[in-house]
Write a protein that binds this ligand. Structure first.
Ligand code: SF4
Ligand code: MG
Length: 334
């Protein structure tokens, strides 16, 4: 079965007063049906912009998609008409954001907002849509959904609002759900409930999920494949087990080392990666990670590492790092 979504060499730039920022720089990945792809990286690495670009939600100016393809069922969303895109957004590809307050309308009752999506995408009549909206509130664990349906967004807690957003995103049984840091602002208990909700709906409906996060715990718990982004590029792509068992890119190794763990003395140690992400306006020549990398070689200073294909235990994996250049040749010859 071919991937449901294929992103190929996507490029998105932003014009700033100081110059052009290549926020997304030749990013490629596939999303398989019913699978969850994680995109992990620090803030500013291009995770959100990548996914906003997929749905053509980049505002011009200052943003602009300058290259690549986004194939959804073999249709390139980047060249689709505005009308075609409107038919796909929300209905086939839904997105949930970190801050549900900005996406919910403060002056419209909760049930009406959910019902609107159902009327728009599923052609339901108002009465049927209201019943379905209440049913969705029940499914996502809102207590006393009949009464709560009449509330306005500010009367809901942050966790409840986030669940409403997820209910809305899932109400149209999308083929793909894009979740951008869906649990970042929430406490741990609610976070677990939201992830469980996404997981359950995904498994029932064979939804594909793109999970954007800076939290490796969320990746480990939810994802099948992972892309690690750094400075607008994907630096490593692997099945989740391969990634955690043997991270290849020095940046990925640093990310995994920075997960707090208890050492033998019972003290929690947090190693963080030294240095800070590069200024996208002044990317160094060569490897964008080189100023933070303790394995940097001469070659890293002058040449951008290409994406190299390595053997993984369950599937091929990709890494953009010169450390593996010889290994790739070996693989290619074999
Ligand atoms: Fe480090 Fe060089 Fe690999 Fe970049 S290409 S991550 S600088 S070893
Ligand atoms: Mg973001």
């Amino acid at each position: 079965e071919s991937p449901i979504l294929q992103v190929e060499a996507l490029m998105t730039e932003f014009k700033t007063e100081r110059g052009i920022v290549n926020a997304v720089n030749k990013v490629s990945f596939d999303v398989e049906r019913g699978q969850t792809l994680g995109i992990v990286g620090e803030s500013g690495s291009g995770k959100s912009v990548t996914n906003l670009s997929i749905l053509r939600l980049i505002e011009f100016p200052p943003g602009r998609i300058t290259g690549g393809k986004v194939l959804f069922h073999d249709k390139d969303l980047l060249t689709a008409t505005e009308h075609e895109i409107l038919g796909i957004r929300g209905k086939h590809i839904s997105m949930i954001f970190q801050d549900p307050l900005t996406s919910l309308n403060p002056v419209i009752k909760i049930w009406k907002q959910i019902a609107e999506a159902l009327i728009l995408h599923q052609g339901m009549k108002k009465k049927e849509a209201k019943m379905q909206a209440i049913e969705l509130l029940r499914i996502i664990g809102i207590p006393d959904p009949q009464t709560r349906a009449e509330c306005y967004p500010h009367q809901f807690s942050g966790g409840m609002r986030q669940r409403v957003m997820i209910a809305m995103a899932l109400s149209c049984n999308p083929d793909i759900l894009i979740a951008d840091e869906p649990t970042t602002a929430l406490d741990v208990t609610i976070q677990a409930q939201i992830l469980e909700l996404i997981r359950a709906r995904r498994d029932q409906q064979q939804t594909s999920v793109i999970m954007i996060t800076h939290d490796l715990g969320v990746i480990a718990e939810m994802c099948d494949q992972v892309c690690v982004m750094y400075a607008g590029r994907i630096v490593e792509k692997a099945d989740v087990l391969d990634l955690f068992q043997s991270p290849k890119h020095p940046y990925t190794q640093g990310l995994l080392d920075s997960i707090p763990r208890l050492d033998r003395t019972g003290v929690e140690r947090l190693h963080s990666i030294k240095g800070s992400p590069p200024d996208l306006l002044h990317l160094p020549e060569g490897c964008p990670f080189r100023e933070r990398c303790d394995k940097a070689m001469n070659r890293c200073v002058s040449e951008l590492p290409p994406e190299l294909v390595l053997d993984g235990s369950s599937s091929p994996r990709k890494v953009a790092c010169w450390l593996y250049a010889d290994k790739e040749e070996a693989h290619a010859k074999a």
